[in-house]
Design a protein around this ligand. Structure first.
Ligand SMILES: [Zn+2]
Length: 104
């Protein structure tokens, strides 16, 4: 069973959570350029490696939070509240790689 750590409730089973897409996406103004609006709505980075994602603890506190997850191993590296700054993904990738927990 995969455990995801809610920043408010602690570790819980993955079935209590719902993924809500990539975090830290800059939204375009709705009355702005059509291409910019479409890009902000539909284009995502889809990296092979670490990504910052928005999650919601739907069967727990109901709050949104962000998580850094490895897209190959599905391992959650860290979770943090939405009002906290985005962690340095390159530094986290180096730390994960140094521990031998990166992509296989
Ligand atoms: Zn929670």
């Amino acid at each position: 069973m995969l455990l995801i750590t809610c920043p408010y409730c602690g570790p819980r089973p993955e079935i209590e959570f719902a993924a809500r897409g990539e975090a830290h996406v800059a939204r375009a103004a709705p009355d702005g350029d059509g291409e910019a609006v479409a890009a902000s709505l539909w284009l995502r980075t889809n990296p092979k490696g670490l990504i910052a994602e928005r999650w919601r603890h739907v069967a727990g506190c109901g709050r949104f939070f962000n998580a850094v997850r490895h897209t190959v191993t599905d391992r959650f590296v860290t979770t943090y509240r939405v009002d906290e700054p985005r962690p340095d993904l390159a530094a986290l990738a180096a730390a994960v790689g140094a521990r031998g927990e990166g992509a296989r």
